[in-house]
Design a protein around this ligand. Structure first.
Ligand code: AMP
Length: 270
């Protein structure tokens, strides 16, 4: 596995791949876990050359303390990415991506509004900006994204369509712990009590799925299962034409999000 720190290095490594090999790209913020590994493994199976990036993008954090507390585990990330079949590990410094004078912000409307967009002002502009830059640097054929961040997928789909990017988005089902909690880099910050309480979130998604199947109200079922948690929202969103039950809650000071597409619950990995 080649480790690239600069745009020049990553472009050179990609240019030197076997002729005709398709490029699969997995953008991440590091602190890699089995969810990220599932994305890399899918890219390994489905494309000829796999690029994974680790970049804790400062512009998508609306809360400076969340950015400061974000786990950084690059040595372990390199080992996991390499074992999962990554060809190039791109881990740039912030100044490489945002050099002095950088002044472009990509603002996607539509799916950026509401939910994460409402609760984290500027978040999706940061995501869209960094992703468009990374797509321009890597020029992937296929980009691998997790269902875990369903609204992010919807925003990036809009971006790809609106600026006519010649790439395909591939969405990978959410990977979960044994009790159903979605893997997240933020889970390491949960105290044992908070970790136990967080299991209410996947229970709420399962209850919503069941209610939807039975013709009952999925939102009421989810909210019922979340009683006692500090819920920011538990509601029905429509991403593309996909009705999706979305949840954001603070558990012991850690903000967690999760979702289930009600017509395709298998994508939630529940
Ligand atoms: P992050 O490093 O949290 O920005 O996530 C990088 C990519 O991994 C995004 O496409 C996420 O949706 C995806 N991802 C994060 N957690 C999971 C999970 N538990 N299962 C599947 N994909 C995930």
């Amino acid at each position: 596995m080649i480790v690239a720190r600069t745009i020049t290095e990553v472009r050179a490594a990609i240019a030197a791949r076997a002729p005709g090999a398709t490029v699969g790209f997995v953008p991440t913020m590091g602190a890699l876990h089995a969810g990220h590994v599932a994305l890399i493994a899918a890219a390994r199976r489905e494309t000829g050359f796999v690029v994974a990036s680790v970049f804790v993008n400062p512009t998508q954090f609306n809360d400076p303390s969340d950015l400061a507390a974000y786990p950084r585990t690059e040595d372990a990330d390199r080992a996991l990415a390499g074992a999962a079949g990554t060809d190039v590990f791109f881990a740039p410094a912030a100044e490489e991506i945002y050099p002095a004078g950088h002044a472009t912000v990509v603002q996607v409307g539509g799916p950026s509004e509401g939910f994460e967009g409402a609760h984290r002002p500027g978040h999706f502009a940061g995501v869209a900006t960094v992703c468009l830059k990374l797509f321009a640097i890597v020029r992937p054929d296929v980009v691998y994204l997790g269902q875990k961040d369903a609204q992010q997928v919807a925003v990036l789909r809009r971006l790809v369509t609106d600026v006519d990017l010649d790439l395909r988005l591939r969405v990978v089902p959410t990977v979960r712990e044994a009790d159903g909690l979605a893997l997240s880099s933020r889970n390491v910050r949960l105290s044992p009590d908070a970790r136990a309480a967080a299991a209410a979130i996947p229970r709420a998604l399962a209850a919503a799925t069941e209610a939807h199947r039975a013709g009952a109200d999925p939102v009421a079922a989810a909210r019922d299962a979340l009683r006692g948690l500090d819920v920011e929202y538990a509601d029905l969103a429509t991403f593309g034409d996909e009705p999706t039950l979305v949840v954001a809650a603070r558990v012991g000071g850690v903000r967690l999000i999760d979702n289930v597409p009600l017509r395709r619950p298998e994508l939630a990995g529940l």
